[in-house]
Design a protein around this ligand. Structure first.
Ligand code: PGA
Length: 257
């Protein structure tokens, strides 16, 4: 399985800044001796996708993605963006259900499932983000939340016959909400436990395909904790917010092993 190190820039960077960052990352990757299976994704603001994709295009292991997508081809959906528009700009991947979309913008499980299936049906690969709030963890609901979030998506994918192609086009990012942007990284035991739960739920819901899907960890990943996180069972990559904004810092995470 590939190891995916993904940058989520959130609402940061102008086009010029994005071009500079991706070009620098490109140079750093070209000069580094990365493991053969390592892949690097950068989820940029919509306005930066085309410039970032242009800067990344000569390296097939460096892919650009969007941070969200709407489940329709076109029409009266003010402020939204379609899979075809993202692909046209140069995006290959898209995030679905990031915790900031769920908790700040108010997206629910059904909507996340709908956009996941629609993006896959329309030529984008999807990184589905899941994770529990602090309250849910303290109430002992971690596994129930993961099961609920994954079941809605898996049922939707099954009903649309999308499961067969998932190993190449789908990844799950486990991001405990309380660890995002807070500096509180989940402890090793917590990450192992949550990732084992995600793996077993994926296998229960999707059969053998569930074994082949990359599960990334996200939430306050930094150069100092990247290598130890990547060594844990069922951690197949990292999704990085704050520490991905500066190319040199992010590169230390990309190269961690
Ligand atoms: P963080 O964000 O690394 O800044 O905690 C992670 C994310 O939101 O994907």
């Amino acid at each position: 399985m590939n190891t995916i190190i993904a940058a989520n820039w959130k609402m940061n960077k102008t086009r010029e800044e994005a071009k500079e960052s991706v070009s620098e990352l490109f140079r750093l990757i070209a000069g580094a001796d990365l493991p053969e299976t390592r892949r690097v994704f950068v989820f940029t603001p919509f306005t930066c996708i085309a410039d970032a994709a242009e800067a990344a295009k000569a390296n097939p292991k460096l892919l650009i993605g969007g941070q969200d997508v709407y489940p329709a081809d076109h029409g009266a959906f003010t402020g939204e963006i379609s899979p075809a528009m993202l692909r046209d700009a140069g995006a290959r991947w898209v995030l679905a259900g990031h915790s900031e979309r769920r908790h700040i913008i108010g997206e629910n499980d059904d909507f996340v499932a709908e956009k996941t299936a629609f993006a896959l049906q329309n030529g984008l690969s999807v990184m589905l983000c899941i994770g529990e709030t602090l309250q849910e963890r303290e109430d002992g609901q971690l596994k129930d939340v993961l099961l609920r979030q994954l079941t809605v998506v898996a049922n939707n994918l099954k009903s649309k016959n999308l499961v067969g192609s998932l190993p190449q086009t789908f990844a799950v990012a486990y991001e405990p909400v309380w660890a995002i942007g807070t500096g509180k990284v989940a402890g090793e035991a917590e990450v192992l436990d949550a990732h084992a739960a995600v793996r077993s739920i994926l296998e229960d819901l999707l059969g053998p395909v569930g074994k082949q899907l990359p599960i990334l960890y996200g939430g306050s990943v930094k150069p100092a904790n990247a290598a130890s996180l990547l060594k844990l069972d069922n951690v197949d990559g990292l999704l990085v917010g704050g520490a991905s904004l500066e190319a040199k810092t992010f590169m230390q995470i990309v190269a961690a092993q």
